[in-house]
Design a protein around this ligand. Structure first.
Ligand code: ZN
Length: 146
């Protein structure tokens, strides 16, 4: 298992050339993302989010997603998302404050989402976070646009 993971990491680093328009995150059963900060280029036409859940726990117990929003909107988005429930990936339908989000995944699964680079302004204050109830308070990081 460890060898497979290592091979995967090598493979992932080999595709880093698209890094400026790619937000690649891993999350685990310890309710953590592997990075506390990510950056994208202001020139990106489209930006891809890739999330890999490297843990083992099922989605109902330790589900993770990636939501991108202005930092000031994090808490209200997460609170409305909790009301929307798991079937909605803990993101309220049509929430205009949400810039992008992936579906929720459980251990061993991965997911992705793509959004227009024009949704982000250079120098803006953005956060990526997991909107699973109880996770968003700590499971988050800074997204900068350069
Ligand atoms: Zn989570």
């Amino acid at each position: 298992m460890r060898t497979v993971l290592y091979a995967f990491l090598l493979l992932a680093s080999g595709t880093a050339s698209a890094g400026d328009c790619l937000i690649e995150l891993k999350a685990d059963d310890a309710m953590k993302f592997d990075r506390s900060e990510v950056a994208v280029a202001a020139s990106c036409k489209s930006i891809e989010i890739k999330l890999t859940h490297t843990g083992k726990l099922p989605v109902a117990a330790m589900g993770h997603n990636v939501v991108i929003a202005a930092t000031a909107d994090l808490q209200p988005i997460a609170q409305d998302g909790q009301k929307a429930g798991a079937a909605a990936n803990y993101v309220a339908a049509g929430d205009k404050r949400v810039i992008a989000h992936t579906p929720l995944v459980g251990g061993g699964a991965s997911t992705s989402a793509t959004f227009a680079g024009s949704a982000l302004k250079p120098g803006g204050d953005y956060t990526f976070f997991c909107s699973f109830p109880g996770h968003w308070a700590i499971m988050k990081g800074k997204l900068s646009v350069k």
